[in-house]
Design a protein around this ligand. Structure first.
Ligand code: PHE
Length: 357
């Protein structure tokens, strides 16, 4: 191997040991730079006789080109390696499981409320909504439960700031205030169209029947496996000229049998007391078969609307009469799905809730 070949081989070997592009440029200077090997060799030409200069010069040039080729090859190799490393680092593993976007669903109690609205809707009931922070008047007094009435202690009420002594604000303990709120609006609308109605008197003219349900959240100071401080109720009210207790029995029986998809369901109207209905009844249901068979399960309070309540609606109780009920959609949901702890509905545990999707 002549001296030029040796230089080329040394350069190649030196380039190959380098792994960083900046370092490669330093090594390049040792061979191709101003004071590098090739420049030194070129300087040596001056001492040669003229006839040798030409062939030696050409040989040095060849060596230079070989070194440049080796340099470029190494540059390319380093750039390729860098690109490979980068691609590797940014690589997508298409075999990894994707990030799931969960499919949402309605809460089981919402499913029940929708069901209740559909069933009563098919019987001509409209749906009304009202405030959860209620006044003493709508929650108690207008419902024939005056101050100091012992029935008030049946409800463990959450009182909230902002009311006065005689009209405190509270979290509604039931949806019954909606009986008054809705009926008052209904009566106002229709008595205005009646020329015979005298301002300040109870309305005894003609009007379309009041037929409404009012679902929503209600609150009581109470908490265990079957009671939650926040729970749901759905009020029902039907007031007309000829609405009797038998209509209540028919409507509610039909509702329960449709809700539970069971025509053999048995209902019991057990005498009870509510200040705003007279007579009053607690409604119990019994499944003919299944895990709950044979047990009476309370699902609602009900009764014929008390004349004092009819008056507070602005109606003349000599002409208007009706029934009301208040049921517990949470309870209905527990019975429908066989859930035995009410708190599961409000814990927000996805593992529980996803089962109802
Ligand atoms: N509001 C009563 C309760 O919460 C239920 C009820 C409603 C009773 C309507 C009679 C009529 O217990």
């Amino acid at each position: 191997m002549n001296d030029l070949q040796t230089v080329v081989e040394r350069a190649r070997a030196a380039f190959d040991t380098v792994h960083a592009p900046a370092e490669l440029e330093n090594v390049k200077a040792q061979y191709l730079g101003k004071s590098g090997c090739i420049t030194d060799l070129m300087k040596g030409l001056a001492a040669l006789p003229v006839d040798e200069k030409k062939s030696r010069g050409a040989a040095i040039n060849q060596a230079k080109q070989a070194i440049e080729a080796a340099l470029n090859a190494r540059r390319q190799a380093l750039a390729d390696a860098q690109l490979q490393a980068q691609l590797q680092a940014e690589a997508l593993d298409v075999t990894l499981p994707g990030r799931q976007r969960g499919v949402g669903g309605l809460h089981p109690v919402s499913l029940s409320l929708e069901r209740i609205q559909t069933i009563f809707g098919s019987m001509g009931f409209e749906v009304a909504q009202g405030p959860e922070i209620e006044s003493d008047w709508f929650n108690f007094t207008a419902l024939n439960t005056p101050e100091n009435h012992p029935a008030r202690s049946m409800h463990d009420t959450f009182y909230v700031e902002g009311g006065t002594e005689h009209a405190p604000n509270l979290l509604r303990t039931h949806t019954s205030p909606m009986q008054i709120r809705h009926a008052v609006q209904h009566v106002k609308k229709h008595r205005a169209a009646d020329a015979a109605w005298v301002q300040g008197t109870l309305f005894s003219g003609a009007m379309p029947e009041i037929r409404v349900i009012a679902p929503g959240r209600t609150y009581r100071v109470d908490s265990d496996a079957t009671h939650s401080p926040m729970f749901h109720q759905c009020e029902g009210l039907w007031v007309g000229e000829n609405v009797s207790f038998k209509d209540l029995k028919y409507v509610f029986t039909d509702f329960c049998r449709t809700f539970f998809e069971n025509n053999d369901l048995v209902l019991r109207f057990r005498p009870s007391f509510f200040p705003f209905t007279e007579p009053s009844a607690e409604i119990d249901i019994q499944f003919p078969s299944g895990p709950l068979a044979g047990r009476w399960l309370e699902v609602a309070g009900s009764g014929q609307v008390h004349p004092n309540v009819i008056r507070n609606m602005g109606l003349d109780p000599e002409r208007y009469i009706g029934f009301a009920f208040g049921m517990g959609p949470d309870r209905l949901t527990m019975l429908r799905y066989g859930v035995n702890d009410l708190r599961l509905f409000f814990d927000g545990d996805i593992r529980f809730l996803a089962q109802f999707r």
